[in-house]
Design a protein around this ligand. Sequence first.
Ligand SMILES: Nc1ncnc2c1ncn2[C@@H]1O[C@H](COP(=O)(O)OP(=O)(O)OP(=O)(O)O)[C@@H](O)[C@H]1O
Length: 270
Amino acid sequence: MLMVDGLTCRFGTKTAVDNASFSIAPGAFVGVIGRSGAGKSTLLRLINRLAEPSDGRIVFQGQDVTALSGRELRQWRARSAMIFQQFNLIDRLDVLTNVLMGRLAEVPSWRSLVQLWPERDKALAMSALDQFDMASYAAQRADQLSGGQQQRVAIARALVQQPDIVLADEPIASLDPRNTKIVMDALLRINKHFGITVLCNLHSLDLARSYCDRLIGMSAGRIVFDGAPSELTEQIARDLYDLEANEVLGGEHVMPPPVSVPGLVGTVAA
Ligand SMILES: Nc1ncnc2c1ncn2[C@@H]1O[C@H](COP(=O)(O)OP(=O)(O)OP(=O)(O)O)[C@@H](O)[C@H]1O
């Protein structure tokens, strides 16, 4: 069980996350939704301890994550694997080595420096790539892959960390619709097949509704909704997304008024 209690993060006078409290049961697929700047990324980064809380506590299976340092903190970061919008692979390294980077917390640093990975870790990495149909790319440089392929490698890297929870920060924001589905399906597999808890920031409400068992809605750093997708009414969604509502809810786009261009007959859209 992950428990977040009164979690707050201030950057100067800006409160990015404001007194957030919730618990997540093992095996859940939870979506964090809300408009841009609501505090979704900061929330995930706090849980992974990439950002420092100003107040509040994070407790995982009885262990106070907020108090960890040194080796214990490194271990927590491995157990709460992050997946980023921009994939964060090492471009010049091959795919297999990128996945093996997920084993860094378990391998003595001298071995990783000279690329002497244990055979069982290599087998684990190949099997993780195979889960997402990426095994045939093992020897290819990461920067030769498409965005969707790179994200699948990043998900394989997260899987070999053998995490308790995967924290995915807008994992499909840079992808086209086809790759969006492939990557969301890969996360669903992480969750349903491997039983790993997934906490995923999503801008798209449609995707959040289709893939998540539960949604946490954030607005101006605060949690303003926490419930099943079926409980998220159109009105709550509109309040949550404010000016972005039409775009996110797939309604009519508000087109800017036509702009007159001197010298041209008629008008063009801005
Ligand atoms: N390191 C930082 N220093 C100062 N302000 C920050 C920092 N990180 C985030 N913020 C501010 O905190 C607020 C929440 O940002 P955050 O990135 O968590 O929101 P978000 O919901 O993930 O938005 P987006 O979807 O656009 O990434 C924003 O106003 C942002 O400008």
